[in-house]
Design a protein around this ligand. Structure first.
Ligand code: MG
Ligand code: NI
Length: 479
């Protein structure tokens, strides 16, 4: 009876992954691992470069998350140069980033994860995709694609390029915004706002009620959480990091002090590291008694913040907390939290466009090289992103460390998959619907494996392999 189930490729995520589920002699799940087999090495080949090049190089880590790398890098280089960024530049960066967040979250909720909820996890994979959604609910699909397009066009109008931007420079932003551009941007931001409210309303009426029981029972684990807060409020661009433990207690610290609070654990079977909370003293992925494990990304951010500073998102947060408490642990709630963040990002973008500072022509200050360390962090759509650079006195990089959102979630993703597999696969019985449901535990985290291994991504894909206790492959299922 004992064997190994392999899911490869895992589909509708960014990058490649393989899931291996080991069954024991009774046909129940003994262990499960998410394997990532890519390695790219940006941290190594960014060394020896003039530091000002890094904000233009690192967006190439990933075509899905370029703005997060661009801005974390720009912030790290600001710090290396000791530059105080002008108010207009800060606001331009944050506004463009809100548009990027909307674009990315809409992609994930509706295009990558939506098919599981709209078509159902048991639907045939030939229709369990965005084309299936377009056939089943064409009006919604049109709205979704238009919202993604609008958000992406905002980033393009502000940054010259929507993908792989180069508009943030050490010390600021490369060009001031014109009144004419701002008028168009405000109109586009209004469209994003309308869609954000439509999306969360649609999900709360049409999708979530159907899955509430599943939410409460699926892939349950209890962990800590980490996210960025500014004066206690949710913030995606700027602030302190907050590490919250399972019991709801937390510690706040400056992004540059992350090494005092986080360790990176290494396992031999994967290129991904496992960051964990230093305070826990040890690292354990035991499902019932994990140690040091914390999660990032949308659910983490809405858990760690005291409040949200924009009114519509705050109202959504209150409704969410009344239902699920703080910290909410249910893995599928990542999706709900993502929709709250879309509302926040649209409201925040509108606030920034209404701020007269945003037209100020002074958008950058001059910088000159020095030997220094700089750390920049942002809340990437997929979790806290940290860029940590060191330069010599000529401004050449001597050390680069990057921790991306998906890496923080690595332990939790493995634990969630194991929990889901244990709950669903009994007595050696499983089918394609069950394996897709196991994949849903991964998709909730919206992992970006291209980012996490800083690797070249080709196809977006997961494969599930089932092996016996001797390691012999019994079955392989591709999506
Ligand atoms: Mg790293
Ligand atoms: Ni990415």
């Amino acid at each position: 009876m004992s064997k190994m189930i392999t899911i490869q490729p895992v589909s509708r995520i960014e990058g490649h992954a393989k899931v291996q589920i080991q069954l024991n002699d009774q046909g129940n799940v003994e262990d499960a691992k998410v394997h990532v087999v890519e390695l790219r090495g940006f941290e190594r080949f960014c060394i020896g470069r003039p530091i000002e090049e890094l904000p233009r190089i690192v967006p190439r880590i990933c075509g899905v998350c370029p703005w997060a790398h661009h801005l974390a890098s720009a912030k790290a280089t600001d710090m290396v140069f000791g530059a105080e960024v002008p108010a207009a530049a800060h606001k331009l960066r944050e506004a463009a980033y809100m548009a990027h967040t909307i674009h990315s979250h809409v992609l994930h909720f509706f295009v990558l994860s939506g098919p599981d909820f709209v078509m159902g996890p048991d639907a045939d994979y030939s229709v369990r995709n965005v084309v299936g959604i377009a056939g089943k609910v064409p009006d919604i699909a049109k709205k979704v694609l238009h919202a993604r397009y609008t958000a992406q066009m905002i980033t393009q109008k502000m940054g010259g390029k929507g993908i792989h931007p180069d508009c943030a420079v050490p010390g600021g932003w490369s060009k001031p915004l014109t009144q004419e551009e701002l008028t168009q941007l405000k109109q586009m931001a209004d469209e994003c706002m309308d869609f954000a409210l439509y999306a969360i309303d649609f999900a709360k009426k049409e999708l979530f009620p159907r899955y509430l029981d599943t939410v409460k029972s699926f892939a349950l684990i209890n962990t800590g959480f980490m996210g960025t807060v500014k004066d206690g409020a949710l913030n995606l661009y700027d602030g302190d990091l907050r590490l919250m433990y399972q019991d709801g207690t937390f510690e706040d610290f400056k992004p540059e002090d992350y090494l005092d609070h986080i360790h990176e654990h290494v396992e031999g079977w994967t290129y991904l590291k496992f960051p964990y909370a230093k305070k826990a003293k040890d690292f354990s992925m035991d499902l019932d008694a994990p140690s040091g494990i914390y999660r990032t990304n949308s659910l983490a951010r809405v858990n760690v913040c005291d409040h949200i500073a924009t009114p519509k998102a705050q109202a959504e947060l209150e409704e969410f907390r009344n239902m699920f408490g703080r910290p909410a642990q249910q893995t599928l709630l990542y999706h709900w939290a993502r929709l709250i963040e879309i509302v926040y990002a649209a409201e925040r973008m509108k606030e920034l466009f209404d701020d007269p500072d945003i037209l100020n022509p002074q958008t950058r200050v001059a910088v000159s090289p020095r030997a220094a360390r700089g750390v920049g962090s942002v809340e990437a759509p997929r979790g806290t992103l940290i860029h940590d650079y060191q330069t010599d006195d000529k401004g050449i990089t001597t050390d680069v460390n990057i921790i991306v959102g998906t890496t923080h979630n690595n332990a939790a993703i493995n634990m969630s998959v194991k929990r889901a597999a244990q709950d669903l696969i009994k007595d050696g019985k499983y089918d394609q619907g069950i394996l897709n449901t196991v994949e849903m535990a991964i998709r909730a985290y919206d992992p970006c494996l291209s980012c996490a291994t800083h690797t070249i991504s080709g196809r977006i894909a997961v494969k599930v392999v089932i092996v016996d206790h001797k390691g012999e492959t019994m079955a392989t299922l591709m999506n």
